[in-house]
Design a protein around this ligand. Structure first.
Ligand SMILES: Cc1ncc(COP(=O)(O)O)c(C=O)c1O
Length: 378
């Protein structure tokens, strides 16, 4: 008997998540140093120094299991967000909260509706639970097509996900459009508002998902310490939801899913307002620079509310940027072979990226229009 006959068919059919290429890997492959990674939407300033200090202080206790309730973090965050402590569920990244929702609500034949392109983990989590991923194309501006998503909700729909701002496009939906969408949702559907990048949003009408947690039972807002707080390597994220929904996820959760270093670091990061403000300033300035400079090179840049931009740099640009020592995220897997997703980096990293794109565009101009990204858009 082979495992092939025993593995669950929906698991065998999954395509594993492809993470951003590590800097060390590219440096080894090319025999270069000082490659730049702008591929995983990490904080280019690194972790909060206060978080690093707090972890140092906690190192001597790692022989103990962590506090399974993450009490200190729970108390602090509940105060910050003005929610009850029982409304919070912590995970090894907000990825894990998605997994818990799938574990609690999805089974064979159930459906989950989400936009596409969106976060690459959604189909993996949904299909991994044996459920069907009902994907709804973004509109022509790469924004969630909420009326089309509403139309895709049917009797088998158990979960609906809105990624706001959306990864990999950086686009967001406004408060009024989101309200119209949510008001039309059946009450027994779990609504996930994935706000991994909400801290970066600059659109004036960007909605605060937490208001929907208060207004609509069965709504989970997902947030993370991986992005603006710079703690991606520690794996800590959380969901905010009503107490009933949180109770189901708590039943499905492993007891020590958030490790003790992650908990102290997350607490310290929440208190490090200066690091947060530095990060937001750098990201906003860097985002403006990338939009301006890439635009001047004739590259279409999608307006972004996140710490990354979707840019139409042209065919093969992912590979060509790699050869220039700059790692971005290819978008071919989303059906956008001429686009890449670029994380906003430090001023120096952004400069390296812009220079690499300039060289690539120069090559393209020299080679004739068939390589240019700005020509004939279908
Ligand atoms: C939209 C979105 N949601 C959730 C996550 C998961 O983040 P983490 O598991 O690191 O909290 C990511 C990570 O890139 C993301 O882009």
């Amino acid at each position: 008997m082979t495992l092939e006959k025993r593995v669950k068919p929906h698991v065998a059919a999954l395509s594993p998540y492809v993470p951003g290429k590590p800097v060390e890997e590219l440096e080894r492959e090319l025999g270069i140093r000082e490659a730049v990674k702008l591929a995983s939407n990490e904080n280019p300033l690194g972790p909060s120094p206060k978080a690093v200090e707090a972890m140092r202080g906690a190192l001597a206790n790692v022989h103990r299991y962590p506090d399974g309730a993450s009490f200190v973090l729970r108390e602090k965050l509940a105060g910050r967000l003005d929610v009850a402590q029982e409304q919070l569920v912590f995970g090894a990244g907000s990825d894990e909260i998605l997994e818990l929702i799938a574990k609690a609500f999805l089974g064979d034949g159930d459906e989950t509706v989400f936009a596409w392109p969106s976060f690459a983990m959604y189909p993996i989590v949904v299909k991994g639970a044996g459920a069907r991923a009902v994907t709804v194309p973004l509109d022509a501006d790469f924004v969630h097509d909420l009326p089309a998503m509403a139309a895709a909700v049917g009797p088998r729909t158990r979960v609906v996900i809105v990624c706001n701002p959306n990864n990999p496009t950086g686009t967001s939906v406004g408060a009024a459009a989101l309200e119209r969408f949510i008001e039309g949702l059946p009450a027994d559907v779990v609504l996930v508002l994935d706000e991994a990048y909400c801290e970066y949003a600059r659109s004036e009408d960007f909605p605060d998902g937490l208001t929907w947690v208060a207004r609509r039972p069965g709504t989970a807002v997902l947030r993370t310490f991986s992005k603006v707080y710079g703690l991606a390597g520690l794996r800590v994220g959380y969901g905010v939801m009503d107490v009933e929904l949180a109770g189901y996820l708590e039943r499905a959760r492993h007891p020590f899913n958030v490790n003790s270093l992650a908990e102290v670091a997350a607490c310290a990061a929440l208190d490090d307002v200066a690091h947060l403000e530095r990060t937001l300033r750098l990201t906003r300035e860097g985002g403006d620079t990338l939009a301006r400079e890439l635009g001047a090179l004739g590259v279409e840049v999608t307006p972004s509310d996140a710490n990354f931009v979707l840019a139409r740099t042209g065919p093969d640009s992912y590979e060509r940027l790699l050869r220039a020592g700059v790692i971005v995220r290819p978008m071919g897997g989303f059906g956008l072979p001429e686009h890449v997703r670029i994380t906003i980096g430090t001023a120096e990293e952004n400069r390296r990226l812009i220079e690499a794109v300039r060289a690539l565009r120069g090559d393209a101009d020299a080679a004739g229009p068939q390589h240019g990204a700005a020509e004939a858009r279908p």
